[in-house]
Design a protein around this ligand. Structure first.
Ligand code: BDR
Ligand code: CA
Length: 313
């Protein structure tokens, strides 16, 4: 079993990552922490609670609210053109019955890692502010995290917010810098691989068709949210479909052999003007020490099968 802590800025693809994690039989989600990003942290927390309830997961999942802004910089505001005004493509889900726990995300992370040393897999699919704060509170957690899978960065491919940077790193580069320097074993699921996992209209229709009894609401949400997301990518990139960024990170935590990786020493550019937020690898391979297994290729058909079958289950 993969015991997982998932950190999200829910977000359409975040919501699909949550559903994938909760519906994968050999993943136990030990907690979900939230952060600003696609939307503000209060909205991200609300969306997260709603998606958990939508999933029908048979166990309690604690949700801990985290950072509302980057470590040192101003937050640039929600990404409404991709994720809608409410973060989940303007879909309306029932009022959540649950609440976030009183503990902050970083306190929750510190406590959980100390209570379960070498047991927990972290999957971070938003800005890494909560983990940076947790590391500042207790640096010893770095050696007690089993594995950290990050959706973020663009190592050999262009960025998506600037030519050099991907959104999750660009959104708080100083936090990312601290995490990459922490010594936690990192697997990077960046644009190098996520841009190869395109879900299209035939998959969307498949996800919505003949939902199993009890799953009608989830199927309708998945269909509507993807419709918004595809439309946004269509306007931006000229194709009706979208990359499954955040679900791929969850998938890699569940099935590491879905991607092939190269070991690199990744450093985060925090001072550049045009290169600010870049995930820089020394592709000359002149460094002996590495800190990250960088995803460079992915078995997309296998991943898409797993994603669709699991969401339909
Ligand atoms: C990342 O940015 C966010 O918009 C998505 O949720 C994903 O985590 C992709 O760059
Ligand atoms: Ca995200």
């Amino acid at each position: 079993n993969v015991r997982m802590i998932l950190d999200v800025d829910t977000g359409i693809d975040d919501s699909m990552a949550i559903l994938l994690a909760l519906k994968t039989k050999h993943i136990k989600v030990e907690g979900i922490t939230t952060v600003f990003g696609n939307t503000d942290v209060v909205q991200a927390t609300r969306n997260t609670l709603q998606v958990i309830e939508l999933s029908g997961v048979p166990y309690e999942v604690p949700v801990a609210m985290g950072a509302a802004r980057p470590l040192y910089r101003d937050w640039k505001g929600p990404v409404t053109h991709i994720h809608g005004d409410n973060g989940i493509g303007n879909c309306e889900l029932p009022e959540p019955k649950g609440k976030a726990i009183p503990e902050s995300a970083s306190d929750f992370i510190v406590r959980m890692v100390n209570e379960n040393p070498h047991e927990l897999t972290f999957v971070f699919v938003g800005r890494m502010t909560n983990l940076a704060l947790a590391l500042a509170k207790d640096p010893t957690i770095a050696s007690k995290v089993k594995r950290l899978v990050i959706m973020g960065g663009a190592v050999k491919v262009p960025g998506n917010v600037t030519p050099a940077a991907e959104a999750n790193i660009y959104g708080d580069p100083e936090a990312a810098h601290r995490v990459f320097e922490s010594g936690i074993p990192i697997t990077l699921v960046g644009l190098d691989v996520t841009m190869k996992t395109i879900i299209g209209e035939e998959h969307r229709l498949d996800l919505m068709a003949a939902p199993i009894p009890g799953n009608e609401r989830a199927a309708a949400y998945i269909g509507e949210a993807f419709q918004f997301y595809f439309g946004a990518y269509d306007k931006q990139n000229g194709f009706y479909g979208a990359p499954l960024h955040d679900p791929l990170a969850v998938a890699v935590a569940a099935y590491p052999d879905l991607i092939t990786t190269e070991d690199h020493y990744i450093r985060i550019e925090t001072k550049g003007t045009m290169s600010y937020g870049a995930t820089l690898a020394d592709l000359r391979r002149s460094v002996e020490v590495t800190n990250t297994a960088v995803g460079v290729d992915v078995d997309s058909p296998r991943f898409l099968d797993y994603f669709i079958n699991t969401l339909k289950s």
